[in-house]
Design a protein. Structure first.
Length: 68
């Protein structure tokens, strides 16, 4: 498991093999999740990747007669 060092500016460099395996790009957003004393970095993908995720879901919502 690769280890990184925290710089004096509180920055870390993600090792090249990790960047490659997750196809990380410069400027890409990464979400930080803190849970049970651990820090987890989760790459945020493009919104277009979510297209079709709810395909086939029933979107019919009962509405009152005075609402459109």
């Amino acid at each position: 498991m690769p280890a990184v060092t925290l710089s004096s500016k509180f920055q870390v460099v993600i090792p090249p093999d990790v960047r490659k395996s997750f196809a990380l790009k410069p400027g890409q957003k990464i979400e930080i999740i803190i849970h049970d004393g651990r820090i987890t970095l989760v790459p945020i993908g493009p919104m277009a990747a979510l297209r079709g995720i709810a395909r086939g879901i029933d979107s019919d919502v009962p509405r009152e007669d005075d609402r459109v």
